[in-house]
Design a protein around this ligand. Structure first.
Ligand SMILES: [Zn+2]
Length: 107
């Protein structure tokens, strides 16, 4: 049984539905978002380990850009070294981002 969490009241509604069973909020955007998240989870499960095996790759994360579009961020230590990842998978963009070294925070 598939459910979606309401962005307004945080309660779950059983699908198929377009409005929250508790507060009536429109769930269209939340359902779409959930589908994209599921797709990204699947892609990451399939590819993440291989990507992380490359010495330059330090992390893989799911991000959202300023336009609200989800993408997979592949964090690298050094941007000038080549990274072997595709530009997109199943319509989800894969972007290489410079992470560099992570320094401990000052106390
Ligand atoms: Zn609700």
């Amino acid at each position: 049984m598939q459910t979606v969490r309401c962005p307004n009241c945080r309660k779950r509604t059983v699908l198929p539905a377009t409005r929250c069973a508790h507060c009536g909020e429109d769930l269209t955007a939340a359902i779409q978002e959930q589908e994209v998240e599921a797709k990204i989870r699947q892609i990451r499960q399939e590819y993440e380990k291989d990507w992380l095996r490359q010495p330059n790759v330090v992390m893989v994360a799911t991000r959202k850009d300023a336009n609200g579009q989800y993408y997979i961020a592949v964090g690298v230590e050094n941007l000038t070294e080549p990274v072997n990842v595709p530009e997109a998978i199943n319509g989800v963009p894969v972007r290489v981002e410079h992470i560099g070294r992570i320094y401990p925070a000052k106390v």
